[in-house]
Design a protein around this ligand. Structure first.
Ligand code: HEC
Length: 139
């Protein structure tokens, strides 16, 4: 959860994450995290402050409101060809690398459950509540 509940034990650093990224992510997401549209692999960084422009570029850096979602998504869904294959430590490390490249997380800091919950994503205030009171609530 965004507040750190449920975060697995373990930790990782930017430097460790660079190795994890090179071995497990680079082939699809590119050496500069720029993505690969032929493969449908999203760009992971860039696009900050582009969302309200005519050409919004949605990435982890520009769009995602919580760092915990990055951890959870990578842990469950990536690498695309072998989801669930990374250890908890490797996921902390590669998330530290992606957030480090996005200039969101200090490249010299260690990412763990506590520091993950403390990360402030650039677009955290960019969402509005939409409770849909007009939609029938099934019981
Ligand atoms: C075999 C190619 C491949 C590999 C390897 C791979 N990915 Fe992906 N990745 C994809 C594809 C394709 C998508 C889009 C999936 C979708 O939209 O359902 C994606 C989506 C993502 C997203 C969501 C981006 C967004 O804004 O929607 C993240 C984050 C991500 N990958 C991180 C990683 C990380 C970290 C690794 C390495 C541990 C990795 N990926 C390895 C192909 C790959």
């Amino acid at each position: 959860m965004p507040d750190g509940r449920g975060a697995p034990p373990g930790s990782g650093t930017y430097e460790q994450g660079k190795e994890v990224y090179t071995a497990n992510c680079l082939a699809c997401h590119g050496a500069n995290l720029e993505g690969n549209s032929d493969l449908g692999a999203a760009p992971l960084i860039g696009g900050r402050d582009s969302l309200a422009s005519g050409k919004p570029k949605k990435t982890v850096e520009s769009y995602w409101p919580y760092a915990s979602t990055v951890y959870d998504y990578v842990k469950r869904a990536m690498p695309f060809n072998a989801p669930g294959s990374l250890s908890d430590d490797d996921v902390y490390a590669v998330v530290a690398y992606v957030l480090g490249e996005a200039n969101i997380f200090d490249k010299n800091a260690t990412l763990d459950g506590e520091s993950l919950a403390a990360v402030e994503m650039p677009n955290k205030d960019g969402f509005i509540a939409d409770p849909r009171p007009d939609i029938f609530n099934y019981e």
